[in-house]
Write a protein that binds this ligand. Structure first.
Ligand SMILES: *[C@@H]1O[C@H](CO)[C@@H](O)[C@H](O)[C@H]1NC(C)=O
Ligand SMILES: *[C@@H]1O[C@H](CO)[C@@H](O)[C@H](O)[C@H]1NC(C)=O
Ligand SMILES: *[C@@H]1O[C@H](CO)[C@@H](O)[C@H](O)[C@H]1NC(C)=O
Length: 686
C-alpha cells in the first residue's frame, strides 16, 4: 500500500523548519463588512492646493497619522488619488505628445500607426504594460470614465480636476474618431501581439511593423461596433451636459448613431475575432448581444428615444430566456451595467422602469451577496473565480462601481435608504481594501505610499531593455507610473510585487477606468482619508500559503493524520495480534531465505513555494509574462441558476488545486455563443 501521508510528512517537516525560521505575525483580518459611509458632503470647501510630485520618482511625505479622519474637505489624499487616476492615462498616451504633457518621461511614439492601410492612426492610448492599441477595452474604459464623469461631476469640480477629465476623454475620443473614418469601417487594433510581446523596452524603439486591423460592413464585428457606439454616446452626454461643448458632443453623437446602426445592420452579426483573429491574443469577446444591449442603453440615455429602449429590452430578453443572466462586470461583460443604466435612464418612463428596476435590483443582490462564482477573500476582497485571477483589484473596483451607480439611481428614484446605504457600504469596503485596508498593508495604486506596488508591469516606466532581465534590470523601476491601479492580490490576499508577475502587477486602461469615478465619489463624500495614511512603511512578513491553506493549518492536518494513522495501526495490530504472532513465528522458522522488502520514499515537489521571490508564492509564477492567457467566465445565471458546463467546473477546480498549472492554449474560435447561458472564454492581454 502506498503511504501518501509519509511522503507529505517529509516535505512538510522541511516546511516546518522553514516556517519556524520566519516571524509569523497573524494577518490583520479585515472585516468584509464595510464601515458606515460618511454623511453628506460638507459645504465649506477648502481651496485645493496640489503639491504632489508628478514627473519622476516619488518622495513620500511622512503621512503617517494617528487616524484616518481627514483634516480638510475635500480630503487631500482623495483629491490626489483622483488626479493620479487620470494622470495614469497620460503615461499611456501614444503618438505626438502635447506641450502640457505632465508625464514628462514619455516620448513621442509610433507616429506612423495606420500607414499600412493609408490612414493616420497615431495617437490614442497604449492598452497596458506594452505598446499595443486595442479598441475593445478602450471603448469600455472610455464609457466608464465618461459615465463616472457624468455621475460624479461634483467630485471633479471639488478636486479642480475637470480640465484633466476633459483632456483624458478628448485624447481617447479624438483617436476613436480617427478609427471610425466612415460609416462602414472601424479600426480595432494596431500592432500585433507576436511582435510587441517579445519587446520589453522604452517607447522610443517600439518594434515595427505595426499592422492595423479593421471590422467593416462586409466583415462585421458586432460587439466592438456596439461597444464603440456606447463610448461615443456616453461621452457625448458628458460633453453636452457637463463640459459644455455642444459641438464636440454633436460630433460624438453622429459617430454613436452611425456605429450603432452599423452594429445592428451589418451581417452576419458575429463576435469580432471571427474576422480579426489577431485580437484573440488579448481581447476576444464572449458574445455580442450584451454589447448590443449596452449600445442601445446608451443610445436611449443619449437621445431619450423610446425605440432604443425597446431594442435594449429585446436584447436583454434574448439573453435572459433561461433566467436573469449576470456575472462580474468586465470589459467583456456589461450586462449588469445595462440593467443599472436602464433603471436610471428610464425613470422618466414609469411603465417601463419597473422591469429595469427589478433587473438592477437582482444584479445588485448578486453582487452584494457575493454569489457564485464570486465570494469574499478572507480579508474581504470581492473575488470571482475565473475573472479575478488576472486582475482581482479591477473586478472588485468594477463591483464597487456598479454598486455606486445602483445606489445613486435608487437614491434619485426615492428608493429605500437602507438599500442605498448598503450598496454604498459594499463599495466603500472594496475601496478601502484596495487602498491599504488589507493583509499586505498595500494600496494597490502606484505612487501613493511606500508600500504601493514598486514593480508595476509597464515596459515604458521600467527603464528595462531586455525581456530576459525584466525583474532585475534596472533594480528599481526608472519611473513611477503614478496612479496606476495594478492587477491586485491573489485569492489568498497575497501580492507578489514583481514585474514579470503580470497577473498581479500589470497596469491597463480598463483597470483605471473604475478608479476615476470611485475616487471622484470619495472626493465628494469622504470625511476620512484613505486607509493608507495610517499605515507605516513596510509590508508585513506574511506566512506562506500552500493550496489556499496557511502553513499552521497544514501542519495541524498532518499531525492529526499521523495520530490517526498510528491509532488505526495500533487498533489493527491489536485485533490481529494472534495472526501477527503466528506470522512472526513462521518467519523465524523459515529464516534465511525470502525476498526483502524495502520502504521507498518519494519526495514530491514542494508546491507553491517560490523562494526566489521572497515572502510568498503567487499563482503560476512560472508562466511567461508574455503568455497572457486570461480565463473569463462570462455570464452566470441569477434567478434560475443553470449548472455551469463541465469546462467551468474543471476550471474552477483546477484554480483551487493547482499552483503550478501550465497555461491552457486558447480554444478554437467560438462560433455564435449568444444562446449559451454560460460561456467560458479564454482571452488574454498583455
Ligand atoms: C515619520 O513619523 C514617524 C512618527 O511620527 C517618525 O517616527 C519617523 O521618524 C518619521 N520619519 C521621517 C522620515 O520623518
Ligand atoms: C473589411 O474587413 C476585413 C477584415 O478585417 C478585411 O479583410 C477587408 O479588407 C475589409 N474590407 C475593406 C473594403 O477594407
Ligand atoms: C453616415 O452616418 C451619418 C449619421 O448617421 C449620416 O448622417 C450620413 O449621411 C452617413 N454618411 C454616408 C456617406 O452615408
Amino acid at each position: 500500500m502506498r503511504t501518501p501521508g509519509l511522503t507529505s510528512l517529509l516535505s512538510f517537516l522541511s516546511l516546518a523548519s522553514l516556517v519556524a525560521a520566519q516571524e509569523t505575525p497573524s494577518p490583520d483580518p479585515v472585516s468584509p463588512t464595510p464601515t458606515t459611509p460618511p454623511s453628506g458632503p460638507s459645504r465649506t470647501v477648502l481651496p485645493v492646493s496640489k503639491t504632489w510630485p508628478v514627473a519622476t520618482n516619488p518622495t513620500y511625505p511622512n503621512t503617517t497619522r494617528e487616524t484616518t479622519q481627514s483634516p480638510s474637505f475635500p480630503d487631500t489624499e482623495y483629491v490626489k488619488l483622483l488626479d493620479y487616476s487620470l494622470l495614469f492615462y497620460e503615461a499611456q498616451r501614444s503618438g505626438k505628445l502635447p506641450a502640457d504633457q505632465r508625464v514628462t518621461w514619455r516620448r513621442d511614439s509610433v507616429l506612423n500607426d495606420g500607414r499600412d492601410v493609408g490612414m493616420d492612426l497615431s495617437g490614442g492610448y497604449f492598452d497596458a504594460g506594452d505598446y499595443l492599441k486595442f479598441i475593445f477595452p478602450l471603448t469600455f474604459s472610455m464609457t466608464q470614465v465618461c459615465w463616472g464623469g457624468i455621475e460624479f461631476f461634483e467630485g471633479y469640480k471639488l478636486a479642480d480636476e475637470v480640465k484633466y477629465l476633459d483632456q483624458m476623454v478628448r485624447w481617447g475620443m479624438d483617436w476613436l474618431i480617427k478609427a471610425h473614418p466612415n460609416n462602414d469601417t472601424l479600426y480595432v487594433q494596431v500592432g500585433t501581439a507576436e511582435i510587441d510581446n517579445n519587446y520589453w523596452g522604452p517607447d522610443t524603439t517600439i518594434p515595427l511593423p505595426r499592422a492595423t486591423f479593421q471590422v467593416n460592413k462586409s466583415k462585421p464585428g458586432t460587439d466592438v461596433m456596439a461597444d464603440a457606439a456606447a463610448a461615443f454616446a456616453s461621452c457625448s452626454i458628458l460633453y453636452r451636459d457637463k463640459l459644455n461643448d455642444a459641438s464636440y458632443a454633436a460630433t460624438l453623437q453622429t459617430h454613436a448613431e452611425s456605429l450603432f446602426r452599423l452594429a445592428e445592420t451589418a451581417t452576419p452579426q458575429q463576435v469580432y475575432q471571427t474576422v480579426v483573429p489577431a485580437v484573440s491574443c488579448c481581447y476576444q469577446s464572449s458574445g455580442y448581444v450584451d454589447e448590443l444591449a449596452w449600445g442601445a442603453a446608451w443610445m436611449y440615455t443619449l437621445t431619450n428615444d423610446a425605440s432604443y429602449m425597446t431594442k435594449a429590452s429585446n436584447y436583454v430578453d434574448q439573453l435572459n430566456t433561461g433566467g436573469v443572466q449576470s456575472g462580474p462586470v468586465t470589459w467583456d461583460n456589461k450586462l449588469g451595467l445595462v440593467y443599472i443604466l436602464m433603471a436610471s435612464s428610464s425613470q422618466g418612463s414609469p411603465s417601463s422602469n419597473g422591469k429595469w428596476q427589478d433587473l438592477a435590483a437582482s444584479y445588485a443582490d448578486f453582487t452584494s451577496s457575493a454569489s457564485k462564482p464570486c465570494q469574499y477573500t478572507k480579508a474581504g476582497l470581492y473575488y470571482c473565480s475565473g475573472d479575478s485571477k488576472d486582475d482581482s483589484a479591477v473586478i472588485a473596483a468594477n463591483a464597487a462601481w456598479a454598486m455606486h451607480m445602483m445606489g445613486n439611481q435608487l437614491d434619485r428614484k426615492g428608493g429605500t435608504q437602507e438599500k442605498v446605504v448598503s450598496y454604498r457600504e459594499f463599495a466603500l469596503g472594496q475601496i478601502k481594501y484596495l487602498l491599504g485596508d488589507n493583509p499586505e498593508k498595500t494600496p494597490y495604486v502606484v505612487g501613493v505610499h511606500p508600500n504601493s506596488p514598486m514593480n508595476p508591469h509597464s515596459a515604458s516606466a521600467s527603464g528595462g531593455f531586455n525581456a530576459e532581465t525584466i525583474d532585475t534590470v534596472p533594480e528599481t523601476m526608472l519611473h513611477t507610473i503614478y496612479g496606476a491601479l495594478v492587477g491586485g492580490p491573489d485569492k489568498n490576499d497575497r501580492f507578489g510585487d514583481v514585474r514579470s508577475n503580470w497577473r498581479q502587477t500589470e497596469v491597463a486602461l480598463d483597470y483605471n477606468a473604475p478608479l476615476t469615478g470611485l475616487m471622484a465619489y470619495q472626493v465628494m463624500t469622504s470625511k476620512e482619508s484613505p486607509p493608507y495614511v495610517v499605515i507605516p512603511a513596510g509590508r508585513p512578513d506574511l506566512p506562506p500559503i500552500l493550496n489556499g491553506m496557511e502553513i499552521w493549518q497544514i501542519i495541524l492536518i498532518v499531525l492529526c493524520s499521523i495520530f490517526v494513522a498510528i491509532g488505526i495501526c495500533a487498533a489493527v495490530c491489536y485485533r490481529k495480534r494472534d495472526q501477527i504472532r503466528a506470522w512472526a513465528a513462521a518467519r523465524k522458522n523459515k529464516n534465511k531465505g525470502g525476498p526483502k522488502y524495502q520502504l521507498s520514499v518519494n519526495r514530491g515537489p514542494r508546491k507553491g513555494i517560490e523562494p526566489e521571490h521572497g515572502r510568498q508564492p503567487y499563482e503560476e509564477q512560472e508562466l511567461s509574462q508574455y503568455d497572457h492567457t486570461r480565463d473569463d467566465s462570462i455570464v452566470h445565471s441569477l434567478a434560475v441558476p443553470t449548472p455551469p458546463p463541465r469546462a467551468t467546473q474543471e476550471q474552477f477546480a483546477s484554480n483551487d488545486n493547482s499552483t503550478l498549472r501550465r497555461p491552457v492554449p486558447p480554444p478554437p474560435l467560438p462560433e455564435r455563443h449568444d444562446d449559451d447561458p454560460i460561456l467560458l472564454q479564454n482571452a488574454s492581454r498583455s
